[in-house]
Design a protein around this ligand. Structure first.
Ligand SMILES: [Zn+2]
Length: 323
């Protein structure tokens, strides 16, 4: 979300999440024992396992196949070239490169880039468990570690995927549409998915009072917003018009975005789900059904944020509908 007053822009977390992973991994390698504790369920699992997994060729193949399935007609069939999995996008070959998604000329400089995060995404929000002392210690410094991170992601692959490399191209590819009575500006290629999400939400509202109340309380829907992820040098999915923030009337005492919580000097990670503002389950399911991940399932939570990442859902064995 993005109402903040300063330069703080918000959300678009998966890329941010990767930055966090890279920093955490570089500074504090964790043991297998710790990775089995899973105090926040899959959220923590994501944090501890992503870096190791991304070095595995079998994982590289799975990610590339998930991309090809997510964007049929735009990406070629994944192939194993040299020593790595690669996929062709608009005639340009991209290598997995440990999750960095690099063109061939950049492969020799791979360690100058942060890996993107192809994170575990659970079908259901895992049951809440209080953080352990060790986690409290580790999560307390996430924000600081993010801020001192100097490596950047290569944006080339995602820029090419969305056909947006600068503000002017972004503007040219955006379309204005209605979403539950609010004006929304998104990438032209996901308008149909958004319309299908809306239909599913309206269908649920017929029999579900919580969904009706949520629609009534909707204050805005924000899609395109040219900017980086808060406190990072990485491009937000809002820059592609491929993320949507659905902002509801604030509920007293409930948190929505980890950085806002962090700015109140609270232990943002320890705020249980019961004190976070979550959309109704049916709304989350409607977005997920058509290829969107929900920021409420991320460790660095952003409960109003949905972004179009069908490759993440497919990678995690979740179905993505197209019509
Ligand atoms: Zn957002």
């Amino acid at each position: 979300m993005h109402l903040s007053v300063t330069t703080r822009t918000l959300s678009g977390i998966p890329i941010l999440f990767a930055a966090l992973l890279a920093v955490a991994s570089a500074q504090a390698p964790r043991s297998q024992t710790q990775s089995r504790q899973l105090p926040f369920g899959a959220e923590i699992q994501a944090e501890v396992s992503a870096q190791n997994r991304q070095q595995d060729p079998a994982f590289a193949e799975r990610v590339m196949r998930a991309f090809a399935a997510a964007y049929p007609g735009r990406l070629g069939e994944p192939v194993f070239r040299g020593s790595d999995w690669a996929v062709s996008l608009g005639g340009i070959v991209y290598y997995f490169a440990g999750g960095r998604m690099l063109r061939e000329p950049l492969l020799s400089r791979a360690d100058e880039f942060l890996p993107h995060s192809f994170y575990p995404y659970p079908a259901e929000l895992p049951e809440w468990k209080s953080p352990t002392a060790e986690q409290n210690e580790r999560f307390r410094t996430i924000r600081e570690r993010r801020q001192i991170q100097t490596l950047k992601h290569s944006q080339d692959f995602f820029d090419d995927l969305w056909g947006i490399h600068n503000h002017a191209q972004g503007s040219a590819r955006m379309q204005r549409m209605d979403f539950l009575g609010k004006k929304l500006i998104v990438h032209y290629s996901i308008m149909e998915e958004i319309a299908l999400v809306e239909m599913r939400i309206l269908e649920a509202a017929k029999t579900n009072a919580a969904v009706r109340a949520w629609i009534q309380g909707l204050q805005s829907a924000t899609g395109w917003n040219w900017r980086n992820i808060a406190e990072t040098a990485s491009r937000s999915y809002h820059s592609y018009g491929a993320a949507v923030d659905v902002l509801s009337k604030p509920e007293r005492g409930k948190e929505t975005y980890w950085l806002w919580t962090a700015q109140k000097n609270m232990d943002w990670w320890a705020v249980p789900y019961s004190r976070r503002q979550h959309p109704p389950q049916e709304v989350i399911k409607a977005f997920e059904a058509y290829g969107f991940t929900w920021g409420g399932k991320w460790l660095v939570y952003d409960t109003m944020h949905f972004e179009y990442r069908p490759e993440i859902l497919i990678l995690n064995g979740l179905p993505v509908l197209r019509e």
